[in-house]
Design a protein around this ligand. Structure first.
Ligand SMILES: [Zn+2]
Length: 1483
């Protein structure tokens, strides 16, 4: 730094753009203890002009001068006669200054001046970069003037961008100096983070004009009066200038929370602290004097209320002012303004501040409950801060709070006997109250109280309570386990946003730190953190990243598979925020969104998220090839550069280094580049980079040297290794360059805090030992000291990593998607003959495709013994074998993790060969054994049931439906058996080829299919086939004769499905097998359907009509799966209704084509629709689309909702679209998705397309909108019809139907798209099932006109095709009852008679309709001879029968007499009553 040796920098700031370490200003040592003595300088400077005229600093006019002179105060005149030099004379400063606030600069800088008042000075070529700071600077100055009601005391303000500047910025009065990047901003190059840095630094320095310059602390012990207020106004002066920056919230996560963190160690210090030596003074330019002070100042503001606080501050400023004349200069010219401030002391201590605030407090609020000084002394004279512990008594509903000092690590053998207690302002709210706005202190926990029971609140047991509203108090809060659990549950619900972002951030920051300090365990942290899956707000994520960063660094040292699971967990948490923000900067993005995206992408890319990494790499490659046409948005640069370097080579690095050299004019860009150049993944490149920073002519300015090493070791875990190896090789270069071995020690210290593994720690320790002699005793001791930090971290790992890894694994039951299977070649030898061990030998070769580079293959394995030595992974194209370095069996997830030495190449094809032994258990899952008896002889068979997740018991595989692959299966068997599988057998070897004379059967390769549909059976079964020989039923030999019926309808059923779908059955043959032990009814394996015996075999002599119907319908069900499920498969178990709903529908409607006389379409109503109504009317129901977290939950979703509700909703959709559109739409869908997977939206889009093709554009039917209302909500509507009999109108409303209505308001908000169809007595047209009108979710009610005459009944929901119930007004019910109880009861369609019975009895059961009316409806039954209405009636009576038994005996008797006995006429008994008992449907 040339020029004047008078180099004083006081104000040093946190560098927010770079690393979090706060470098305190060493130059403060140059201060003398008498710095604060004030004088009134009169300055005259002389300088040598090169040419032209002198120009005063405030002159914006044309000037050719090369040397400009700036000083705190306005230039007055020049006197040119001093040899060839010229004198510049400046005004006397209008008030005494502390010497450290005096400044003058001589340069050839150019200035940009706004309002003839504020000028920014910089190198000429950087002139355009001053626009932003000039405009924001003026606004900040005005805002501070408004806030303090004190005009800035000088007639001008100069800001100077100094190319080499040791500190961030310095607040000389009227002449503030900055590092270039903290004041110069280039649109299109500088980032949003730079912009915010510039604005906040200016606000900070300008605040010092009042806090520090106008009023200076008496002594350094209250340095915080300077820096605390400056740090406070850094954010709060800008709140109204940049309203969308959310600075009040940013303050909490960027200032208050880091302050809490810094202040939670033993070595902290009080805000007000005795200092005497220069070293001591230097040491307190730290987070406590800046950030903690700012946070405590904010707390004061909320204790006193903002306006009282502001007035109190002004009182404080005024109380210490001298009388001065204020000079203001406007563009109109010089204007003098006089202020008559009272004479006073212009230096202050904390008491002046507290007294002023207290006076204001008393004056404005007239409250005496606190004394500001008493309260604030506990915060300023003690180090540290409290953790408030909240304990609730849930039975008395009382809350107790207590305080203790929060320490991350309690001192061992601590000598500190001070009794730490604070005056804690308590603010809180509860789940019922949800008031996160009011920050007024509700109660105090005083410094004399360790704990106390709060007078209020008394809160409900199920409510949580949250303390420290908006985190205005400088303390942490811990709760009892129940309250934490209530908070965690709320965060993990859809209502999490009821807690505002800043308190979400508070909860996260507190819980992370409480866990570190041992107050709570990490399971709680993870349960809280899990809610981030929903979080898309910057502020909570900011806090979360701080906490996650600590855990992530530690977890990197965990076993590889554990860290892998942790990484997947974090990526899962990031997913929503990542998807919401996207990886492109949008025009509509606000400032915070840009900051947020950068942060989210940084994490995603650092954790190796494939989409993030490949996007960054592509962007960078494009940019490298044509920088001009492919610019990178400033706010993406750090991510894109760093990712490209990490995954790239020397070329990428050189490109960015060249850019660094080229951009010497733009400081923001240069420092950004220095921060990312260390991201390189190449050790030599990292070393060269560190070398460059030790070379004088590298182009890296000395002020920026400190960016280089951290950019290497903070970039990623390999970076730490690079830095250690650099130290080992070149530590002398470092000490030579800095002329001190201490620079090596300080690097060791920085590295220690980033170490993650034992190996790294050992290496670093070895290094320290090796250079022990060079270090000398003191430095050696200091280095060892910092190594202890590393060891503590490793201890943390030992204590916590297992818990964290297990939780992380538990969160992800899905396979990673980096590799996917293409085909399986499977060879199996089962041993199940009598006296065998019931095992099987397996060998599988899985051909995989690599989607993303990865060093691991994760497969499903369950209960298989892998022969580890047989693991063989080869590259198909190269023929090379890859080295397996580790395998892990994650038993709870049934994952088998194979870790490789090198990465699989993206786009590569590999074969994974595994040899294993499995077990033929009798658990009816996987490849299992079953038996039957012939006489006393046991005959064993080996068969499979893989649905839903049991293929992994038969072979290592990717056992998720989405991961379709081809299967080539070979099975070895003894000659007395035979084998069948999905595909047809193509080859059979002769005996003697394997041991025991086994024979290999080889099957044709299947089409791509899901694992759960694979099947093979080895047995001695016989079979019966159709004439063509391609449809066979397999059963034990003696039962083969009973297969006649199933064989006879099988081909017809397939044909009916082929006609319906317009797609041929895709396999060459269809086998069906009757298995003696089978856990389901039947299973739709592609080409090899398996059944429970009684559902496939029919003995004419014994079996019933019901059996016959079961067989026909179940075959229809399983065969329809060959299309819906096998050919087109839902990609995940979240919507198995896409399989089972259709299979249930076709179970009736396809079987009806094979057995047309069975009224199966009518039976569907009572057996399926009304059955679904019963289950779905309970609050415990669930939506059809239902995501599941764990594999163990999969089987649970195969329930009435998946089968019957979905089948019913599908039937409704058929009637909405009309049968033919529905059929064609389905055909279209199946054709498009053949051999692929599906999800509901895909189905909807094809149906929509077909609908549009049929009727043209029709905005009234939006299939997705309609179906989402049925698929995503549980339950169904009750339609209420209230008629106006004079007007001929009807009012229609919808409300969720619940059998047992709850008082819980959570039932509100259920609304559907309901297709309404209806007819009346005079019309009596029960054929029009398509909707006459819709009631939509937004219709609170619907008015229909022309609804029959006054004597007409109306009936809604023709043929009950809609999935809803209907209630009417009493008169309409009466009219309906009258019709039913007449000889013309059959004017009403049989399905609507069944509907009226089912609806009325269930409405009565729910208390919506009285039983008298409901039973009136049933009274017609003595005329009824049709099975269908009777079925409905019996279902409802069954309930009454059971219930009324528990009622009064008289009531029950009455019921039995008037209903059952009276109604069951002989006519009914004549019916085929057995059909009633078909109710046990199986699939
Ligand atoms: Zn099924």
């Amino acid at each position: 730094m040339g020029g004047f040796a008078f180099e004083i920098q006081l104000c040093n700031r946190t560098d927010q753009g770079g690393n979090a370490t706060k470098d305190t200003n060493k130059d403060v040592l140059k201060h003398q203890p008498d710095n604060f003595l004030r004088t009134t300088p009169i300055l005259e400077l002389v300088s040598r002009p090169n040419s032209g005229a002198w120009t005063p600093s405030r002159d914006t006019g044309d000037h050719g001068g090369r040397h400009m002179v700036s000083h705190n105060i306005v230039w007055v005149h020049e006197s040119p006669n001093y040899g060839n030099l010229t004198w510049d004379h400046f005004q006397t400063t209008p008030m005494p200054l502390s010497t450290y606030l005096m400044a003058f600069i001589v340069s050839d800088f150019k200035n940009l001046t706004v309002d003839d008042y504020l000028s920014v000075w910089q190198r000429e070529e950087a002139l355009p970069q001053a626009n932003y700071s000039a405009s924001i600077g003026l606004k900040v100055l005005r805002a501070l003037e408004d806030y303090t009601e004190l005009h800035f005391f000088l007639p001008k303000m100069d800001e100077v961008a100094v190319p080499d500047y040791q500190s961030g910025a310095t607040e000389q009065w009227g002449l503030v100096t900055y590092r270039e990047r903290l004041i110069l901003f280039v649109e299109g190059v500088s980032t949003s983070a730079h912009r915010q840095n510039i604005a906040t630094v200016i606000a900070h320095e300008f605040a010092h004009m009042w806090f520090g310059n106008l009023v200076s602390p008496k002594w350094w012990d209250v340095l915080w009066l300077n820096e605390g207020f400056a740090s406070y106004f850094e954010y709060f002066a800008l709140v109204e200038i940049e309203p969308d920056w959310r600075l009040e919230e940013q303050f909490v996560v960027r200032v208050a929370q880091p302050a809490l963190s810094a202040d939670s160690v033993n070595t902290s210090h009080p805000m007000t602290v005795d200092v005497s030596s220069p070293e001591e003074i230097s040491a307190i330019f730290d987070t406590i004097s800046y950030s903690k002070a700012a946070a405590v100042i904010r707390m004061m503001k909320h204790i006193l209320k903002p306006e009282v606080f502001r007035k109190g501050l002004n009182r404080y400023l005024h109380s210490v002012l001298l009388t001065v004349q204020v000079v203001r200069i406007y563009s109109s010219g010089v204007k003098m303004m006089k202020k008559g401030y009272k004479t006073g002391n212009s230096s202050a201590d904390a008491e002046n501040l507290f007294d002023a605030l207290n006076e204001q407090y008393l004056e404005d609020l007239n409250l005496h409950d606190i004394n500001v000084k008493t309260v604030m002394n506990t915060w300023t004279l003690q180090m540290g801060y409290p953790v408030l512990t909240v304990t609730r008594d849930y039975s008395s509903r009382r809350v107790t709070v207590s305080q203790e000092r929060f320490l991350l690590r309690p001192a061992i053998n601590g000598t500190d006997t001070h009794d730490y207690k604070w005056w804690i302002p308590l603010t809180y709210t509860t789940k019922s109250e949800l008031d996160f706005v009011d920050t007024e202190t509700k109660q105090w926990l005083t410094a004399t109280e360790e704990s106390k029971q709060l007078t209020t609140p008394i809160i409900n047991q199920e409510d949580w309570i949250i303390f420290n509203i908006q985190e205005t108090g400088f303390y942490r809060v811990n709760y009892d386990a129940t309250n934490w659990a209530l908070i965690a549950a709320h965060l993990n619900s859809d209502s999490f946003e009821q807690i505002p972002p800043v308190n979400r951030a508070q909860l996260l920051d507190d819980v992370f730190n409480l866990a570190r300090a041992g107050f709570v365990d990490y399971t709680l942290v993870l349960q809280m953190v899990k809610y981030l899956e929903r979080e898309t707000d910057y502020v909570p994520w900011y806090a979360a990243f701080n906490g996650l960063n600590y855990v992530d660094k530690r977890m990197r040292g965990a076993p590889s598979y554990d860290y892998y699971a942790w990484k997947r967990f974090i990526l899962k948490l990031l997913n929503k925020a990542y998807t919401t923000l996207g990886s492109e900067v949008k025009d509509t993005d606000d400032h915070v969104t840009k900051l947020f995206r950068n942060q989210i992408l940084t994490w995603a890319c650092n954790l190796g998220d494939y989409a993030c990494v490949s996007n960054a790499k592509q962007r960078f490659a494009a940019h490298m090839s044509d920088p001009y046409n492919n610019p990178i948005d400033p706010d993406l640069k750090t991510v894109v550069y760093c990712t490209a370097l990490r995954h790239g080579g020397v070329g990428e690095w050189n490109f960015l280094w060249d850019r660094f050299i080229t951009y010497s004019n733009v400081s923001t860009e240069q420092t950004l580049l220095l921060g990312v150049l260390g991201c390189t993944g190449d050790e030599d490149t990292a070393h060269s980079y560190m070398h460059l920073s030790l070379s004088k002519d590298s182009g890296i300015r000395q002020q920026d040297l400190s960016l280089v090493f951290p950019s290497v070791y903070n970039a990623h875990d390999k970076g730490v290794d690079f830095a250690i190896s650099y130290l080992q090789l070149y530590y002398t270069n470092i000490s030579d360059y800095h002329n001190s071995i201490n620079s090596v020690v300080s690097l060791v210290s920085s590295l220690s805090s980033t170490l993650t593994s034992e190996v790294q720690a050992t290496n670093l320790r070895k290094f320290v030992e090796d250079i022990k002699d060079d270090l000398g005793d003191l430095a050696y001791a200091s280095a060892l000291n910092s190594l202890q930090a590393a060891e503590r971290n490793l201890q943390w790992l030992e204590t916590h990593s297992a818990t964290i890894a297990e939780f992380a694994k538990e969160q992800n039951h899905r396979l990673p998607t980096a590799v996917v299977p293409d085909s399986y070649t499977l060879k199996v030898i089962p041993y199940f003959e009598v006296d065998s061990e019931f095992t099987f030998d397996g060998e599988v070769v899985i051909r995989i495709n690599v989607n993303e580079p990865t060093d691991r293959i994760v497969l499903h394995v369950n209960q298989l013994d892998i022969v580890e030595s047989s693991l063989n992974i080869t590259s198909v194209s190269e023929g090379t074998q890859l080295t397996v370095i580790n395998t892990t069996l994650d038993t709870p997830r049934q994952f088998f993790d194979i870790q490789l030495e090198e990465e699989l190449v993206e786009g590569g094809v590999y074969d994974v060969k595994v040899i294993y032994v499995g077990y033929l258990n009798d658990d009816m899952a996987g490849f299992y054994r079953s038996y039957y008896k012939v006489g006393e002889e046991i005959r064993w068979i080996a068969t499979t049931l893989f649905h839903p997740t049991n293929a992994r018991k038969a072979l290592p595989c990717f056992d998720e439906p989405e991961l379709k692959a081809k299967f080539r299966i070979s099975i070895a068997r003894l000659p007395k058996y035979h084998s069948i599988s999905n595909a047809k057998r193509i080859e059979t070897t002769t005996p003697n080829t394997t041991e025991d004379g086994r024979i290999w059967d080889e099957f044709e390769e299947t089409p791509a299919m899901s694992t759960y549909l694979v099947s093979f059976i080895v047995s001695d079964f016989g079979s019966s086939s159709n004439l063509a020989g391609n449809v066979s039923v397999w059963a034990r030999e003696s039962a083969v004769a009973q297969a006649a019926y199933s064989v006879s309808i099988s081909q017809d059923t397939l044909t009916a499905l082929e006609h319906f779908t317009e797609i041929n059955y895709q396999l060459d043959k269809m086998d069906q097998a009757a298995i003696p032990d089978f856990s389901f009814g039947a299973m739709e394996n592609w080409g090899l359907v398996t059944y429970r015996e009684n559902l496939l075999l029919f003995d004419e002599t014994v079996s019933t009509t019901a059996n016959r119907q079961s067989i026909a319908t179940i075959i229809a069900h399983e065969f329809s799966h060959q299309w819906f499920g096998d050919l087109v498969t839902p990609d995940w178990w979240a919507y198995p209704w896409l399989n089972e709903g259709f299979a249930t529908y076709f179970e009736y409607f396809i079987a009806a084509k094979v057995e047309p006389n069975w009224q199966l379409d009518q039976q569907f109503l009572v057996e399926v629709v009304q059955n679904a109504f019963a289950t779905d009317a309970l609050d415990s129901s669930r939506p059809m689309n239902y995501n599941i977290t764990y594999s163990s939950e999969i089987i649970g979703v195969f329930d009435t909702i998946t089968y019957d509700k979905a089948g019913s909703v599908i039937r409704m959709l058929e009637h909405v679209l009309t049968s033919e559109t529905f059929r064609k739409g389905l055909s279209r869908y199946l054709k498009a998705q053949s051999y692929q997977t599906t999800k509901p939206d895909i189905l909807y889009s094809h149906l929509q397309a077909q609908h549009s093709e049929t009727v043209g554009s029709d905005e009234s039917v939006n299939v997705k909108q309609i179906m989402d209302s049925w698929g995503n909500q549980k339950g169904y509507p009750l339609i209420s019809v209230t008629r106006d009999y004079h007007a001929g109108t009807a009012n229609v409303t919808q409300k969720r139907f619940l059998l047992r209505p709850t008082s819980d308001t959570s039932d509100d908000g259920f609304n559907w798209w309901v297709p309404l169809s209806y007819t009346s007595r005079s019309e009596a047209d029960f054929t029009m099932t398509s909707p006459a009108v819709w009631i939509t979710p937004s219709d609170s009610q619907l008015q229909l006109t022309g609804i029959g005459g006054s004597g007409d009944w109306v009936i809604f929901n023709i043929q009950e095709t809609g999935y809803y119930r209907v209630n009417y007004d009493a008169q309409n019910w009466q009219l309906i009852t009258n019709q039913l109880n007449s000889d013309q009861f059959d004017v009403i369609h049989v399905l609507n008679r069944a509907q009226l019975l089912d609806d009325s009895l269930n409405l009565a059961r729910a208390g919506i309709l009285d039983y008298v009316s409901a039973l009136d409806v049933t009274s017609y039954l003595y005329r009824e001879t049709d099975y269908i209405p009777w079925y409905s009636a019996f279902n409802a009576f069954n309930f009454l029968n059971i219930r009324l038994r528990g009622a009064s005996p008289a009531g029950y008797q009455l019921f039995k007499v008037i209903q059952i006995h009276r109604l069951i006429q002989p006519t009914f008994l004549i019916l085929n009553s057995t059909r009633y008992f078909v109710n046990c449907r199986e699939r």
